[in-house]
Design a protein around this ligand. Structure first.
Ligand code: PMP
Ligand code: GLN
Length: 378
């Protein structure tokens, strides 16, 4: 059998969560909350099921929900996406990413990926016969080397993938980043795939800089979003994609032949919930408190860090403690100290270690304090 992904390893999220369960360790590895979503939202899903929304949703998603998303994007980012033709509900942001790459990347097309990168981008490019072109950024990943990105662009570049706020580093884009990106792609037919699943989780009074708000980028961008992150429901796997009509036409062509549509009662519930709750506006403050509890509690530890600027991840530098490579140290920390994290190096180009571990702080304060106590003891 000829594998399409001969070099693919088991996802680090599966590896670390399994190890955490086996060793009874506190799990700050895979990114998910250890608290539940709003009971009112659960009630709305139940009601949607009882009201009989149990058959296929429309291909592009429940129209009322698409209208709500359009209004939200207009309010927050200042651009109107037509719910009829420019918004599609997907099975998490994951499906949106898969479909966006599949719809546009042809054999031998090059796709620029900034490393460290979320783990699904490159395998999806490879499955389509495309060529990932990694641009390795320098730790601690607080800025982007746009000169290196510029140097990676060739006549074969079809797509450039960005992730802002950035998993795993917690970096956020500044306006100047988008201006530089716009200048780089101007006059080319390069598409941007902008993974913005943590758009509502940006700290310290900074603003999320979305490609949506920059006309020269929005016209060539597919943007992915996730209700899993916004409403603490990662297990529901519901997200969406925004793109101009012509791009969305191609996107839907693949979406309809992949899953066709998404879990229906959840969409009905979210449409109502978006009318009733503006929790996403409080999300940054909600997570900033958790970040601060975590970093204040480890301020005197031997770990070094720059406070996360966005996402619900904090990266810690352990180079003052050991020279072990990150995967080994993460494994030992789980087995011997009872705390699971994600080694950032697995998202880098092969062999590039940076002695960084990623900790998810989407946790109850008591969980964060327990984790901090372990880190302080090392
Ligand atoms: N992109 C990034 C950067 C993520 O962190 C995640 C969440 N794990 C996803 C995409 C996938 O989102 P979803 O869970 O909605 O499929
Ligand atoms: N996005 C989550 C993270 O970064 C995990 C997603 C997954 O488990 N595949 O931790």
């Amino acid at each position: 059998m000829r594998s399409k992904l001969p070099d693919s390893k088991l996802s680090i999220f599966a590896v670390m969560s399994k190890l955490a369960a086996e060793y009874g360790a506190l799990n700050l590895s895979q990114g998910f909350p250890d608290f539940d979503t709003d009971p009112a939202l659960i009630q709305l899903v139940t009601e949607a099921m009882q009201a009989g929304h149990n058959q296929y949703a429309p291909l592009a998603g429940n129209l009322r929900l698409r209208e709500k998303i359009a209004a939200l994007v207009q309010e927050l980012r200042g651009k109107y996406y037509d719910p009829e033709s420019e918004i599609t509900l997907t099975v998490g942001a994951s499906e949106a990413l898969y479909v966006a790459i599949t719809a546009f990347v042809h054999r031998d097309d090059e796709v620029i990926v900034l490393k460290p990168a979320y783990d699904t981008y490159e395998p999806t490019i490879l499955v389509q016969g495309g060529v990932p072109v990694p641009v390795q950024l320098e730790a601690p990943y607080t800025t982007i080397n746009w000169d290196a990105v510029a140097a990676a662009i060739t006549p074969k570049t079809r797509m450039l993938i960005i992730n802002n706020p950035h998993n795993p580093s917690g970096m956020i884009f500044q306006k100047a980043d988008l201006e530089r990106l716009e200048a780089l792609v101007r006059g080319t037919d390069i598409l941007i795939l902008s993974d913005e699943v943590y758009e509502h989780i940006v700290f310290d009074n900074q603003q999320h800089q979305s490609v949506v708000s920059v006309p020269g980028l929005a016209e060539r961008s597919l943007i992915t979003a996730s209700f899993g992150k916004t409403f603490h429901t990662t297990g529901w796997k519901i997200g969406y994609c925004l793109a101009p009509k012509a791009l969305m036409h191609e996107f839907r062509n693949v979406h309809q032949n992949t899953v066709f549509c998404v879990h229906h009662p959840t969409q009905v519930a979210l449409a109502t919930y978006l009318e009733e709750s503006r929790h996403y506006l409080d999300l940054a403050a909600f997570y900033q408190r958790k970040r601060d509890v975590f970093i204040e509690a480890i301020a005197d530890s031997r770990f070094q860090f720059t406070p996360s600027a966005g996402t619900y991840f904090q990266v810690l530098d352990y180079s003052a403690i050991t020279e072990e490579p990150a995967p080994e140290f993460a494994e030992r920390l789980t087995k011997e100290n009872g705390l699971a994290s994600i080694p950032v190096s697995v998202f880098n180009v092969d062999g590039k270690d940076d002695q960084l571990l990623r900790f998810c702080f989407a946790k109850e304060e008591k969980t964060l304090l327990k984790a901090a106590a372990i880190l302080n003891s090392i």
